[in-house]
Design a protein around this ligand. Structure first.
Ligand SMILES: Cc1ncc(COP(=O)(O)O)c(C=O)c1O
Length: 380
């Protein structure tokens, strides 16, 4: 059994998560876990660092692509042709390039991962953000609302699956519905699947597998950044079965060759060759336990609700019942816990809490938040 309770002090390690948090504050915000990477990855990195040359890596090498192919076969029972795989500096640049393929405007559901919102809002296109529908506390894509919002200028639909920040792992039927919607309106389907190995319940279904149409009209992106907890060793890939779309995408990629590095390559080999599989399995068990702790806590907190997380380590807490002007600011000031403010995801009355950490850290953060809420509710 791996021990996910031990995390060395991360201050002064150039961690944005910890450096941005004032002294004494527990950072529970950016999607980066307070969990050391798997031992085989650590070992591979030490070994590679010991060699004193760090030249351009050979990222086109077939071996790594073949590992990705084998991984998709094993996890998703699907055949990926190595030619379909295009390396990208990391997933976000991949999304940025994907939305340029069809030139035009984009649509997606909100709440949505903030950097997807930033990329599309900055593309100076009239972006269409449509609210998801809620059944109880759970979020669902609402294609009736999306239909009503459609304009001929929209050329790309962005899916985030598993969905950050609402923690949904979409079913094959839901993804098929998205693909059929895209087919009807002639949209490119861009699917950000960076959290696909962080499924806690259900089965991840890659977008390009749901239909023949989806295969030929989609860009599906993945990486080991989230499951391997190596976002500081950036890399990602796009799976683009359609050769014409792939050619346009590859053109957009020109000039990014020096974004890749040898350390990332060493880590990826270990994360894909099976030597971290047990670690990943136990990590998901740990995250399920932490999710249950957060859910239990929320069930006792009047004024807060959350959707049941099927995936990710991000709890999206709806604080609208608290009557606070700015819930994230409140938790930072009054509880000394830093969470992500909901407004960046287009939901100002929510906050996103990252529970990818030792249980002790999570419990300390929740207990501080509970204390702060008690004081606030009693008017002190
Ligand atoms: C949905 C989603 N896409 C992309 C990213 C960032 O990906 P990368 O660091 O590989 O650019 C994140 C990070 O939190 C994310 O949650």
């Amino acid at each position: 059994m791996y021990d996910f309770e031990k995390c060395p002090d991360r201050r002064h390690t150039d961690s944005i998560k910890w450096e941005d948090a004032p002294e004494g504050v527990i950072p529970m915000w950016v999607a980066d876990m307070d969990i050391p990477v798997a031992e085989p990855v650590q070992e591979a990195l030490r070994e590679r660092a010991a060699h004193p040359l760090y030249g351009y890596p050979d990222f086109q090498q077939k071996e790594l692509k073949n590992l990705v192919v084998a991984h998709y076969r094993k996890l998703y029972d699907t055949e990926v042709d190595p030619q379909w795989i295009v390396w990208v500096p990391s997933v976000m640049p991949g999304v940025t390039l994907s939305v340029k393929i069809r030139q035009g405007s984009f649509a997606y559901f909100v709440p949505m991962y903030n950097h997807i919102r930033e990329v599309t809002l900055e593309a100076k296109q009239p972006v269409t953000e449509v609210s998801m529908k809620k059944a109880g506390t759970q979020f669902f894509m609402d294609f009736a609302a999306m239909e009503a919002a459609m304009t001929p200028k929209i050329k790309t639909f962005i899916l985030c699956n598993p969905h950050n920040p609402v923690g949904r792992c979409y079913t094959k039927e839901e993804i098929l519905e998205a693909a059929e919607f895209c087919e009807k309106h002639d949209l490119l389907l861009v699917s950000d699947e960076i959290h696909c190995e962080l499924v806690l319940e259900g089965q991840h279904v890659p977008a390009f597998t749901v239909s023949e149409w989806a295969k030929m009209h989609s860009v599906t992106m993945g990486s080991q950044g989230k499951i391997g907890n190596i976002p500081g060793l950036p890399l990602g890939f796009a799976i683009i079965p359609n050769p014409e779309l792939r050619a346009v995408f590859e053109k957009e990629l020109l000039g990014t060759m020096s974004s890749y590095n040898v350390m990332t390559l060493a880590a990826y080999e270990k994360l894909y060759d099976g030597s971290c599989d047990t670690w990943k399995e136990e990590l998901r068990d740990h995250l399920r336990k932490n999710r249950d702790i957060v859910e239990d806590w929320v069930s006792r907190m009047e004024g807060i609700t959350m959707p049941h997380n099927q995936a990710t380590y991000l709890a999206f807490l709806d604080c609208s019942g608290l009557g606070l002007e700015n819930p994230a600011e409140f938790f930072l000031k009054e509880a000394k816990v830093m969470v992500s403010p909901g407004e960046i995801f287009a939901d100002p009355q929510s906050v996103r809490l990252n529970y990818g950490c030792p249980e002790s850290q999570l419990k300390e953060a929740l207990s501080r938040m509970e204390e702060a809420l008690k004081k606030y509710k009693s008017g002190c």
